[in-house]
Design a protein around this ligand. Structure first.
Ligand code: X90
Length: 279
């Protein structure tokens, strides 16, 4: 195998057109159950179970061996991880790269810290697959994908940040307002891969307008958009309609979050990856 793209399961991708692809699952763990975020996971059932679960819950990232196995015997691997600021995925993948390249001096692994998650990782994966299809060589793909990542962004809007706070990814104080009196939290993946809160609008319409305003503010001009939602297709579709009203018939895809993103975005949450003008 010449090229392979691998990504941890926070990307929500299970298969990728035009390229060898493998998703490396994270796990969602409660004191009673463990969910592996792979294709067999019944996400709706997990979300339903979690909504009644009173005990502790957390997540864990793939270990080095799991990353190593996903590389198969590919000559060139592109390995996309959730932001290293919030997870150990990147570090484990980086160690796997070093072992793989030591074992096979003629092979190369490019580990990409997405500084983001979900739909922005998917944009990166799709772009990598395009470069491979066009016949771009490994070294040039590494350069071009870095440039492309300057032109992608991620915004989110959440109705609850309980799981983020309980797992130390945001402070309890910052998480407190979300969910109270129809307040949602809008935020983004900052340029250095941190979860950054932007505002706390109240009410659905206001929130949607604010979200699209932020997209514009980030430099959205009508490029590709991917919307991931946790049990909230209605909101995803109204955002899509707002964007098509304004930008015309643009490329917008909607999907429901897989396990990891569902755990953290929680019921009603939405995560949007989009292409924007250069920073
Ligand atoms: O290693 C692990 O156990 C995974 C930890 C992941 C923690 C954060 C996941 C966030 C998922 C929530 C909204 C988007 C935030 C983007 C911030 C860069 C989705």
């Amino acid at each position: 195998m010449e090229f392979k793209i691998v990504a941890d399961s926070s990307s929500d991708i299970l298969k990728l057109d035009g390229a060898e692809f493998e998703s490396v699952p994270l796990k969602i763990i409660t004191d009673e159950k463990e969910f592996t975020d792979n294709k067999d996971l019944d996400v709706d059932k997990m979300v339903e179970y979690l909504s009644h679960h009173k005990g502790k819950s957390s997540t864990s990232c793939p270990n080095t061996d799991e990353w190593l196995n996903s590389f198969d015997d590919a000559k060139y691997v592109f390995c996309i991880t959730i932001t290293s600021k919030l997870s150990g995925c990147y570090n484990a993948a980086y160690v796997a790269k070093q072992i793989y390249e030591d074992m096979h001096p003629d092979r190369k692994v490019f580990v990409i810290d997405s500084l983001s998650t979900g739909p922005e990782m998917q944009l990166i994966a799709e772009k990598l697959s395009e470069y491979i299809k066009e016949g771009t060589d490994y070294e040039n793909i590494c350069i071009k994908i870095k440039e492309y990542m300057n032109k992608t962004g991620l915004l989110f809007m959440l109705e609850s940040m309980k799981n983020l706070a309980n797992n130390g990814r945001v402070s309890h104080l910052a998480a407190k307002a979300a969910g109270l009196l129809g307040i949602r939290v809008i935020g983004r993946a900052s340029t250095d891969g941190e979860l950054e809160q932007l505002s706390k609008p109240r009410g659905e319409l206001k929130s949607r307008i604010a979200l699209v305003d932020y997209m514009r503010g980030e430099g959205f001009w009508g490029g590709k958009v991917i919307i991931a939602h946790c049990q909230n297709l209605t909101l995803a579709e109204s955002i899509k309609n707002m964007l098509t009203d304004e930008f015309g018939n643009i490329d917008i895809k909607i999907h429901s979050c897989r396990g990891l993103c569902s755990f953290y975005a929680e019921n009603g949450g939405i995560i949007i990856g989009f292409e924007k003008s250069d920073k």
